[in-house]
Design a protein around this ligand. Structure first.
Ligand SMILES: Cc1cc2nc3c(=O)[nH]c(=O)nc-3n(C[C@H](O)[C@H](O)[C@H](O)COP(=O)(O)OP(=O)(O)OC[C@H]3O[C@@H](n4cnc5c(N)ncnc54)[C@H](O)[C@@H]3O)c2cc1C
Length: 472
């Protein structure tokens, strides 16, 4: 539904001409998403500066039944922030870090504060906010919570949901829900914040959050290993997790094809080994103790894994520069893969016990479906989460390849569901996976989701058409 003139006038009056615009040039960057797969439309862009102004926007939208699409850093990967008419509500001006409490181990930040700014604010107090994504310079805390973001330290610290102590939310009708408590224990009724975390802007507008902080690690050790197969990589993971418990902070898998993409287009990237290997893993340990002797222990563990031929090669970073070089290989992978052409992407998770067989069988099935296809599954294997990306065959027409996305969904997602996995591990559903969500959830599960949506947003103005398919 379009925003009518009276509603637009009310929004300008509430936010001032600086806080609400219909200027097409200012709207333009807010209509596309990171991957440029989707383009939207909108009648206006609201840029409130505080929670009270967000509440005014929602009250006006509710009164006039105008759809509202919340946006944070616009790094989402499933089209959840792409508007379909109505107005865009950008949280980018809610930029205040309201408090840091080092004794309670918490920080309270407004929704538009970038993830990196929260990390830096924690670091300035000698503390750690451990959520870590390659998009951290741009993505916002509000967006991180709205998508329940994961990243590279979930193994040790959990995902955004695990790191959230309290939320301030503006409801669909403009009422404010103040839950900014820094408590580790609070069973006083339903835990309302959980409704909004991971709801992708469909149940409420997150305006601020209280987040957990941790002591900064005092020692770290980072390794890069080469292996013959996903089975070998998973076997090493199990061995290291059992031996090192929570000190194992990161365990990421990369295929040779992915490394080749990074080496080809990332300035300064270098192969840590002289010989090529089919698979690699980036592994990091950290400890709150300065005398943890992590490198020595890691050296022994990897030495044993080399000796019994679980892995083929290993190198431990001898300097911060070398550690950063290893991380660059992982962090640049997502973007570098584009150099080889179009990519059909799946963000999936499966139980670790099924991971290696799943990878080998699903890659084979995809290659059999389209000879010349170049699978590039990579990512957070220690969390059971893979970005199961498939690069087009060399020379194939890009559009013709991308038209095969639904067919590859059947190959990949049907196998994911067969082992009781998830078709949306950390990026969410947005527009992209609505049909897949319908296939993967039970009727009862979908009915509960629709009931929650109806209870919190009876007029269906909050990011309509995202996550749940519109009713036929
Ligand atoms: C290079 C790159 C690497 C990435 N790596 C990872 C990764 O490792 N792990 C991972 O989980 N994700 C990753 N992502 C995806 C993305 O960064 C995350 O989903 C991030 O949490 C989105 O935050 P954002 O502020 O950009 O949200 P946006 O893209 O602006 O919005 C995302 C969704 O949240 C809603 N939303 C945004 N702000 C609010 C709010 N305040 N209240 C209510 N709803 C809101 C939007 O409507 C939309 O549905 C990556 C993306 C890129 C580009």
């Amino acid at each position: 539904m379009a925003a009518n003139k009276a509603a637009l006038a009310a929004l300008i009056e509430a936010l001032g001409s600086d806080g609400f615009t219909t200027d097409p040039d200012r709207l333009a960057p807010h209509l596309v998403e990171w991957r440029k797969l989707y383009t939207g439309t909108a009648d206006g862009l609201a840029l409130p500066r505080d929670t009270a102004s967000v509440a005014k926007v929602m009250a006006i939208a509710h009164e006039h039944r105008i759809p509202v699409t919340p946006q944070g850093g616009r790094t989402g990967l499933v089209g959840g922030g792409v508007p379909d008419g109505g107005i865009i509500l950008s949280l980018e001006r809610l930029r205040t870090i309201r408090a840091i409490d080092s004794l309670s181990g918490s920080v309270t930040a407004e929704a538009g504060v970038t993830l990196m700014q929260v990390q830096q604010a924690a670091e300035a107090q000698g503390l750690l906010f451990p959520l870590s994504l390659a998009s951290e310079g741009s993505c916002s805390i509000g967006g991180n919570l709205a998508t329940n973001a994961g990243g590279t330290a979930v193994l040790r610290y959990g995902n955004a949901r695990d790191l959230c102590l309290g939320l301030e939310v503006v409801l669909a009708d403009g009422r404010r829900l103040d839950g900014l408590k820094a408590l580790r224990k609070d069973n006083a009724g339903y835990d309302l914040k959980q409704l909004f975390i991971g709801s992708e802007g469909t149940l409420g507008i997150i305006t601020a959050a209280t987040l957990k902080l941790f002591p900064q690690p005092k020692s770290r050790s980072t390794a890069f290993i080469g292996a013959s197969s996903p089975h070998a990589v998973v076997a090493l993971f199990q061995r290291l997790r059992d031996g090192f418990a929570e000190a194992l902070t990161t365990f990421e898998i990369l295929p040779r094809f992915g490394l080749d993409c990074v080496l080809a287009c990332e300035p300064g990237a270098r192969d840590p080994f002289t010989a090529p290997y089919p698979w690699y893993a980036l592994i990091e340990f950290s400890s709150g103790r300065a005398d943890a002797m992590l490198s020595a222990q890691l050296e022994t563990a990897l030495g044993n894994a080399l000796e019994d031929e679980t892995i083929l090669d290993a190198v431990i970073a001898a300097s911060l520069r070398e550690r950063n070089d290893f991380w660059k290989l992982r962090e640049a992978l997502s973007d570098s893969q584009g150099i080889e052409g179009a990519s059909i992407k799946h963000d999936i998770s499966v139980p670790l016990s099924a991971m290696a067989d799943f990878m080998v069988e699903t890659m084979a099935a995809c290659e059999a479906h389209l000879p010349g296809l170049r699978p590039c599954p990579f990512g957070h294997v220690g969390d059971g989460n893979l970005h199961f990306n498939l690069t087009q065959p060399k020379g194939m027409d890009r559009a013709a390849y991308l038209a095969l996305w639904p067919a590859f969904n059947r190959i990949v997602h049907d196998r994911v569901l067969a082992v009781n996995g998830s078709i949306a591990a950390e990026h969410g559903v947005g527009i992209q996976k609505r049909e897949e969500l319908e296939r993967s959830r039970s009727d009862a599960g979908l009915a509960v989701m629709r009931a929650m949506k109806l209870a919190l947003d009876p007029l269906n103005i909050l990011n309509p058409g995202k996550v749940l398919l519109p009713k036929a």
